[in-house]
Design a protein around this ligand. Structure first.
Ligand code: HSE
Length: 444
């Protein structure tokens, strides 16, 4: 049988990785897919550079629409990224009857409903293993491997840049801004790292996993997103003393009232495997009723790790494209007409536990006032630690008044209650700085 023909849009890091993996492993891939898979056309604005990467046998053009218009192309790989031109091109490829493979988490998290509906109407596949956690086959695991299960929650380290920064902050005792500069110098962080450090990239990925896990539409606009930019080295150190590491987690959870979907820094017990995932690595923990807890670990970005996921999708499509569309694995794991309208909860309704750090005046009665406010709000305390403050300066006070750091771990409570208690504690004259609040996940 003649090889299936693939058009590649965007010959960047992942594009060239895809080309190289496909060529290097072509014999084994053909034995697995039952048919050869060949990239025969590439679109990239830098035609000369792209041509030098793929050699003379592959047609390289600057106009992506020429690839979509080519009737010989069966599958289009979209590696342009972003919500703009990538969306138009993907919808045009679908309209032209092409199957699409993409690594574009932002596009799917925001416009997935429209894209999957267009693909279903046209009877084509949109495959996106590379969109979540790069080389880790988490989409395959959630959508197929765990299909027997009722999934309860997912918690993942799904952004390598921020995990690298947090690891460096912990190991070297440095503050966020110092490590960010170093990460940029080493090429771990983009020149504009906003999407990574503000948690947006992780929220795109969590949104996609949430949809697949619980059979709900992709709803990025409902995700709570908080990044790592306000984390201080001393909180990482205090957390360590209490037996926790701070990780940026993407969390989605089924609870009685609906679905939680949130990305924020979280204390995780150091004894959990996921707490020990360091550097730029990714890991996703899934709790499901039949299998229990499973953990998936690997490289979440990079040329060939991401290409590994792209090529796996190419193989899937090659095997399934002649199958009746109704027999294929649904885009979001559940049949499109069986998606649920479970509510994604606003953050105020989320129930979790907390780490609080209060810089207070070291005087009689301060701790009693703080714990009194928590008690009044029905918030139960799990642990309290008092540590001498790093620097003891109050403007205008001579000599400086004695200060101390109060670190409090709480049991579970509703976020709205905690917000109320925080406002009251902050208003105490003996609370001298903005209170630090970091959520805590036991992941038991
Ligand atoms: N920028 C992402 C990360 C990789 O740092 O993990 C692509 O999603």
């Amino acid at each position: 049988m003649k090889p299936i023909q693939v058009g590649l849009l965007g010959m960047g890091v992942v594009g060239s990785g895809t080309f190289n993996v496909l060529r290097r492993n072509q014999e084994e891939i053909k034995r697995r897919a039952g048919r050869g898979i060949e990239i025969t056309m590439v679109a990239d604005l830098d035609v000369v550079r792209a041509q030098s990467l793929v050699g003379e046998g592959v047609k390289v053009v600057s106009d992506a629409r020429a690839v979509i218009a080519n009737p010989d192309i069966d599958i289009v790989i979209e590696l342009i990224g972003g919500y703009g031109i990538a969306k138009s091109l993907m919808l045009e490829a679908i309209a032209a009857g092409k199957h699409v493979v993409t690594a574009n988490k932002a596009l799917l998290a925001v416009h997935g409903t429209e894209i999957f509906a267009a693909a279903s109407d046209k009877g084509v596949m949109v495959a996106f293993e590379a969109a979540v956690a790069g080389g880790i086959p988490i989409i395959k695991a959630l959508r197929e491997g765990l299909t027997a299960n009722r999934i309860q929650w997912i918690a993942g380290i799904i952004n390598g840049t921020t995990n690298f920064i947090l690891s460096e902050m912990r190991e070297k005792g440095l503050d966020f801004s110092v490590v960010l500069k170093e990460a940029q110098r080493l090429g771990y962080a983009e020149a504009d790292p906003t999407f990574d450090i503000e948690g947006v990239d992780a929220a795109h990925k969590a949104t996609i996993m949430s949809a697949i896990a619980f059979g709900i539409p992709v709803q990025f606009d409902k995700a709570y997103v908080e990044g790592i930019t306000r984390l201080a080295a001393q909180d990482i150190r205090y957390a360590e003393q209490l037996g926790y590491r701070i990780k940026l987690l993407g969390i989605t959870k089924r609870v009685a009232k609906g679905i939680e979907l949130r990305v924020h820094p979280s204390l995780v017990p150091t004894k959990r495997l996921i707490a020990n995932v360091e550097g730029a690595m990714n890991a996703v923990m899934v709790q499901a009723d039949a299998v229990g807890t499973t953990l998936y670990y690997g490289k979440g970005a990079g040329s060939e790790p991401t290409a590994s996921a792209v090529v796996a999708d190419l193989v899937d499509i090659t095997r399934l494209h002649t199958a009746d569309a109704a027999q294929r694995v649904p885009h979001l794991a559940f049949q499109p007409n069986a998606l649920s309208d479970l509510r994604v909860l606003p953050m105020d309704e989320v129930v979790t536990s907390y780490y609080l750090r209060l810089r207070v005046a070291d005087q009689a009665g301060v701790l009693a006032k703080v714990t009194g406010i928590l008690a009044e709000a029905g918030i139960s305390i799990d642990a309290v630690l008092q540590r001498e403050a790093d620097e003891v300066v109050i403007e205008g006070a001579t000599p400086a008044l004695p200060q101390t750091d109060l670190i409090i771990l709480t049991h579970d409570c509703q976020e709205a209650n905690m917000n109320g208690a925080l406002a009251q504690m902050q208003a105490l004259p003996t609370v001298l700085q903005p209170i630090v609040r970091i959520r805590k996940e036991e992941l038991a």
